[in-house]
Design a protein around this ligand. Structure first.
Ligand code: NAD
Ligand code: TDX
Length: 334
């Protein structure tokens, strides 16, 4: 089987490519990736069965040629960081909306199987004491330029299924953690800060809740949906991993041998979503998927060990990332 993976040099895509060629020897992968600041060539380059093509998912001619030769298209490519979308929204519109449109048109022309990777952020946020969680029927209510462009891309896929009979599935997953995640994101930023002797940075009060899932569990669920999901259907992926940000920072510090209170509160994110929580009943009940990483503490410990032993992978991005946070006005509040 020939799989076209867009965004395969980013965090989740690279983990998907690596596990796919390791576990499925009959599969070859072409990665289409624009190699933006968020990508790392070294995450996938040189792997047996993997070809890396540098290019834009909104480049219609290139996308047409690559889709034509694939059996399956898995679309991870996106501008993915909320904080960046609040400073410079245009790349989010370009990649997440125009890029997805371009890919869908090629998939329609060549009648290929398509899987669309999306996020729980399309649903907006929940109150801390809301007994409910997001499910496949929750209305879309995105908050940021990032989540609104992801929501728009999901709606394009649904329209292409209904209007043109596209053979597509969609998944909306909660917050991922694990190896190869860019140091701009919450968990790797704090781990690499501690390695550098810098105090972790908590936005606002830190009561915001995220529903953490290990990236390997996300990707295993994606393959389950590709193989056993119903065409045209949406599946929510989550692993019952709700935790507030202050607890995550305290755990990172504890696991790294530091005082759990040795962090700083900094400027809050404008429009900061309060809580995400996924009800994965459909995925578990209909498709029989179960997460393997059921202990966040163990998964986080492995992730810390990975960042300690892969400094050459993240070092170059660290200073430019921190400069970007400073330029955006991040300030210590105490
Ligand atoms: P990432 O930012 O680490 O990687 C994105 C990749 O897409 C990068 O390699 C980048 O170079 C590439 N890319 C960006 N613009 C492109 C373009 N125009 N053409 C081709 N490639 C382009 O993101 P991630 O965290 O790995 O997220 C991957 C996908 O999963 C995204 O669609 C995101 O919305 C979704 N998602 C992420 C999370 C999470 O917690 N990180 C959770 C749920 C869903
Ligand atoms: O330094 C920080 N301090 C902090 O308190 C950073 C970078 C973040 N935060 C907070 C903001 C969020 O409440 O931590 C939480 C997680 O932040 P991010 O890692 O930026 O993730 P989030 O905004 O929740 O979005 C992530 O999950 C859903 C991914 O980046 C998205 O691509 C995905 O769709």
């Amino acid at each position: 089987m020939k799989v076209l993976v867009t965004g395969g040099a980013g965090f989740i895509g690279a983990n998907f490519v690596r596990s796919t060629v390791a576990e499925r020897p009959d599969t070859t992968v072409t990665v289409l990736d624009a190699l933006t600041y968020a990508a790392s060539r070294s995450s996938v380059e040189g792997l047996a069965g993997v070809r890396l093509v540098e290019g834009d998912v909104a480049d219609a001619d290139l996308v047409d040629a690559l889709v034509a030769e694939a059996d399956l298209v898995v679309h991870f490519a996106a501008e993915s960081h909320n904080d960046n979308s609040l400073v410079t929204p245009w790349p989010f519109v370009h990649t997440n909306l125009v890029g997805t449109f371009t890919l869908l048109e090629a998939v329609r022309r060549h009648k290929k199987r398509y899987h669309h990777i999306s996020t729980d952020e399309v649903f907006g946020d929940l109150e801390l004491d809301d007994p409910g969680r997001f499910n496949e029927l929750t209305p879309y209510n995105p908050s940021s330029p990032y989540s609104s462009t992801k929501a728009g891309s999901d709606l394009l896929v649904r329209a292409w299924v209904r209007s043109f009979g596209l053979e597509a599935t969609i998944s909306n997953c909660s917050n991922n953690y694990g190896p190869f995640q860019h140091v701009e994101k919450f968990i790797p930023r704090q781990i690499t800060n501690v390695i550098d002797g810098v105090r972790p940075r908590l936005y606002g009060t830190g009561e915001n809740v995220r529903d953490w899932i290990h990236v390997a569990d996300h990707n295993a669920a994606v393959w389950t949906i590709i193989e056993r999901g119903r065409i045209g259907e949406t599946y929510l992926i989550g692993a019952d991993g709700e935790m507030n940000n202050v607890s995550v920072i305290r755990l990172v510090l504890e696991l790294m041998g530091q005082d759990p209170d040795a962090f700083d509160h900094v400027t809050d994110r404008p429009g900061h979503d309060l809580r995400y929580a996924i009800d994965p009943t459909r995925l578990r009940g209909e498709l029989g998927w179960e997460p393997r990483f059921t202990s966040f503490r163990d998964g986080l410990e492995d992730t810390i060990a990975w960042y300690r032993s892969h400094e050459s992978w993240w070092r170059d991005a660290k200073e430019t990332t921190e400069q970007r946070y400073r330029a955006a006005g991040e300030q210590i509040r105490g």
